[in-house]
Design a protein around this ligand. Structure first.
Ligand SMILES: [Zn+2]
Ligand SMILES: [Zn+2]
Length: 318
């Protein structure tokens, strides 16, 4: 672990306004969306990611007024925030096929509507696959689809937050430059955020296991779209080696990234206000403990270590 003098706070870093990165997880909505909030208490999550409908089907689910009210009251009562939705897997904003584009836009409008009614902060979305049409065309189509959706969502509504990917095959999002290109083609870049996924970054070739590697990555982010665009971190260790372009999430500290990577990330002043959300396998430990609970304990331990050197009285980000 690095010493105090190794830390390189940003120019505007102000230790008086420091907050702790909030840690949470993607949790099931089985039994109704409000049950995901209840599950936060069980595993020790401070922030939350959910699917607002089954992720592998097109048919959209209607949320009842009662379900929404209950969700909102639990969120308030238990102080869970931010809360984000992960979009279903079928939409592809970079697709050229007309019927797929129509289905994609319809599905995203419904996703945005559900997220808005639940009061969620972000809808997290993969930037899609160009399916052989080339990056440039995929990026153009992705920006068009995003604009079509964003033009129809209410002011001050949910952000659409694009996630970094492992960059497998024709998928966009394995390079920071893709996001810059999508944002610069969009008419509404102010409504779009970026989510970093630690496993995907590593699989895509970003060596975030070292201070220098993180410095290089953040330098690239600054040059391409700016740190302020970041809205969330998916905090997953990786079962596969750097540059593999294979997306296999591992429990924290049990993959190629290791605990030190998360320590380095949590130390970055620019990342302090971001939610760190687990998307690790839903399993039990050998002792029968829910692994989300175990991973969150590990993350909180790392967070304490990362904060100890500079902060004595910090509270989880208010
Ligand atoms: Zn992710
Ligand atoms: Zn993944």
């Amino acid at each position: 672990m690095s010493s105090k003098k190794d830390r390189k706070p940003g120019k505007n870093f102000d230790s008086r306004s420091i907050k702790l990165p909030r840690v949470g997880a993607h949790l099931s909505v089985k039994g109704g969306v409000s049950q995901a909030v209840v599950r936060c208490l069980d595993v020790g999550a401070e922030c939350l990611q959910i699917f607002t409908q089954s992720p592998r089907i097109w048919d959209s689910r209607q949320l009842s007024g009662e379900e929404i009210l209950q969700f909102r009251s639990y969120v308030k009562k238990y102080g869970i925030h931010p809360i984000v939705a992960h979009a279903v897997y079928l939409p592809n904003i970079a697709a050229s096929d007309k019927s797929l584009r129509k289905k994609t836009i319809d599905a995203l409008l419904k996703e945005c509507d559900r997220a808005y009614r639940l009061g969620l902060d972000d809808l997290i979305l993969h930037p899609g696959s160009h399916r052989g049409k080339g990056e440039k065309e995929g990026i153009r189509l992705a920006a068009l689809a995003l604009d079509e959706v964003l033009e129809q969502v209410p002011e001050g509504g949910t952000f659409i937050t694009l996630e970094t990917t492992a960059g497998h095959g024709d998928t966009l999002g394995g390079k920071m430059s893709h996001f810059n290109s999508i944002l610069s083609h969009c008419k509404h870049p102010e409504k779009i955020g970026i989510c970093l996924d630690t496993c995907h970054l590593y699989s895509a070739g970003y060596d975030i296991t070292t201070e220098q590697g993180i410095e290089d990555m953040t330098g690239e982010i600054k040059a391409e779209f700016g740190i302020d665009k970041l809205r969330a971190v998916h905090v997953n260790d990786s079962k596969r080696e750097i540059g593999s372009h294979i997306d296999r999430h591992a429990h924290i500290g049990r993959g190629y990234l290791g605990c030190h990577t998360f320590y380095l990330l949590m130390q970055r002043p620019k990342f302090l206000n971001l939610p760190f959300l687990l998307e690790t396998p839903k399993e039990k430990s050998r002792l029968g403990v829910n692994m989300d609970k175990v991973n969150l304990r590990v993350l909180k331990y790392i967070r304490n270590k990362a904060m100890q050197e500079d902060v004595t009285d910090a509270q989880p980000g208010a």
